[in-house]
Design a protein around this ligand. Sequence first.
Ligand code: NAD
Length: 268
Amino acid sequence: MRGLKGKNVLVTGASSGIGKAIAVRFAAEGAHVAVNYHKGEEEAANTIAEMHTASAAAGIAPGSLKDMTIQANVAKAEEVSAMFEQAIATFGGLDILVNNAGMQIQGASHEIPLDQFDQMIDINMKGAYLCARQAITHFLAHGGGVIVNDSSVHELIPRPQYVGYTMSKGGLRAMTRTLALEYARDNIRINSFAPGATLTPINPWKDDPQRKADIESHIPMGRSGTPEEMAAVAAFLASDDAAYITGQTLFIDGGLTLFPSFRTPWTG
Ligand code: NAD
């Protein structure tokens, strides 16, 4: 994709799942990637190893791309601030932020413990905002940049028993649109991609054939998505091929959002 070669990218929550696939994809596109992780230093190192394999397969000379792992909890302002300082100091700047870190907790909406509710909002929504404000501050001083947020089909469609999750992703949609409008004249683009059911550790049902088949029966294309399919769209939105797109959410869901909500009763 155009314009990713040589760019400095920070991907949050990149030690597993979609974030890992995004980091690998950016490395294959010739970008320098900082891999944020919260827990799991070894998994983050695995992401770096896969980035090396992918960039070599893309014909990029070994050692020519910079990379690093950075431990930080995106829900903590001081840790986010230190993470940006480290990434910017090591790379000499930052061009692209991918807000990917997220989690979900299931429970009856009137009963979910408030500390768990807070955690979902703090990581999925406030964490993305904390990172966005650091990135925008840097972008304003350096001629611009791009933010790509990992939202969810549940920024749009309801999901019983996941009220904190749907609220956090709905908030992410509002943040994307507000920031995109506010900084449109500053050469800063902000978009989201919204995965449908994707085969990652956040979905334990992926290893249960019966539950997986049930969930996939509600997806028009009849299958889940892969982390790589999500990464391709994240890379597109960050690239110059998407130069005239801002404030949008691109759904990557095998048609899931084409269903009326009463046809998606699963709580997964
Ligand atoms: P995942 O569990 O593999 O990835 C989530 C990542 O976020 C993990 O690496 C985790 O360590 C990290 N993380 C969690 N809390 C963090 C914190 N406080 N600070 C830093 N990192 C933290 O699952 P995934 O599916 O790859 O999830 C990635 C994103 O995709 C999430 O935002 C999720 O909401 C979104 N998403 C996933 C699906 C799906 O079906 N898999 C669907 C829609 C949206």
